[in-house]
Design a protein. Structure first.
Length: 240
């Protein structure tokens, strides 16, 4: 269905998710219309992240997952964003299986408790992925969602959607409180993700109990990073 690396599958030196423990996962994503959008650019971004010391990669879409799988030996967390409202992170089993087939070791999906696009519950989706040997990362926004996701079979629980759903208040920084609450209640690894903008915040997430930290835009969105610097200079130039 999708072009992907046909060479023997490269596997992490340590079993998943232990291979990610205590390290940085870099989310390499670019939206349509952005200069770096496309499998070639994301594969090169992934290679740069690996050279910088990342222990894993979070990649959007089957084509990008396949390209990154061919370019890097790091564990790949795959997802498929379809739309931009409601449940759009790997919203159906079809999306999840396509990402897995493209080469993802772990499939990330919306596990907020909102209805999924195909009507399947999280447990059924997780079981289908487990049947083919693929792990499941549950992107949640609240403690209750995280507990439910683990009970439904999620292998990792991530704070990705905290601040982005009606059930969770908007925040300007990472939700370290949710990281700590999940870590205190769950036996599966907790992944800190969302609005982590500095190395200090990443370290704080580990200290709060995260097993792994995902950072995206603060590393892989050059246009947004440039805009921050440019805006700061414009502010300095504005007469008082």
């Amino acid at each position: 269905m999708y072009p992907h690396d046909t060479s023997p599958r490269r596997t992490p030196q340590r079993p998943l998710p232990q291979a990610l423990a205590g390290g940085l996962v870099v989310s390499c994503q670019a939206l349509p219309g952005e200069p770096l959008h496309g499998p070639h650019f994301m594969a090169e971004m992934a290679r740069a992240a690996e050279l910088g010391g990342a222990v894993g990669l979070r990649i959007n879409g089957p084509a990008d997952v396949a390209a990154v799988r061919a370019a890097s030996s790091l564990p790949v967390i795959g997802l498929w964003k379809d739309g931009d409202e409601g449940v759009y992170i790997t919203p159906t089993l079809r999306h999840a299986l396509a990402v897995a087939e493209a080469g993802a070791d772990i499939v990330a999906l919306d596990a907020t408790g909102r209805p999924r696009g195909d009507g399947l519950d999280l447990a059924a989706t997780a079981a289908a992925l487990h049947a083919r040997g693929t792990l499941v990362m549950a992107d949640v926004s609240t403690l209750d969602e995280g507990l439910a996701a683990a009970a439904a079979g999620a292998d990792l629980v991530a704070t990705t959607l905290s601040g982005y759903t009606p059930a969770s208040p908007a925040r300007s920084g990472p939700d370290l409180e949710l990281v700590a609450a999940l870590a205190a209640r769950l036996a599966v690894p907790v992944v800190a993700e969302g609005r982590i903008a500095t190395p200090e915040q990443a370290a704080a997430a580990l200290a709060a109990g995260a097993a792994t930290v995902v950072v995206g835009g603060a590393i892989t969105r050059p246009a947004a990073l440039t805009a921050r610097f440019a805006a700061a200079l414009r502010t300095e130039e504005t007469p008082s």
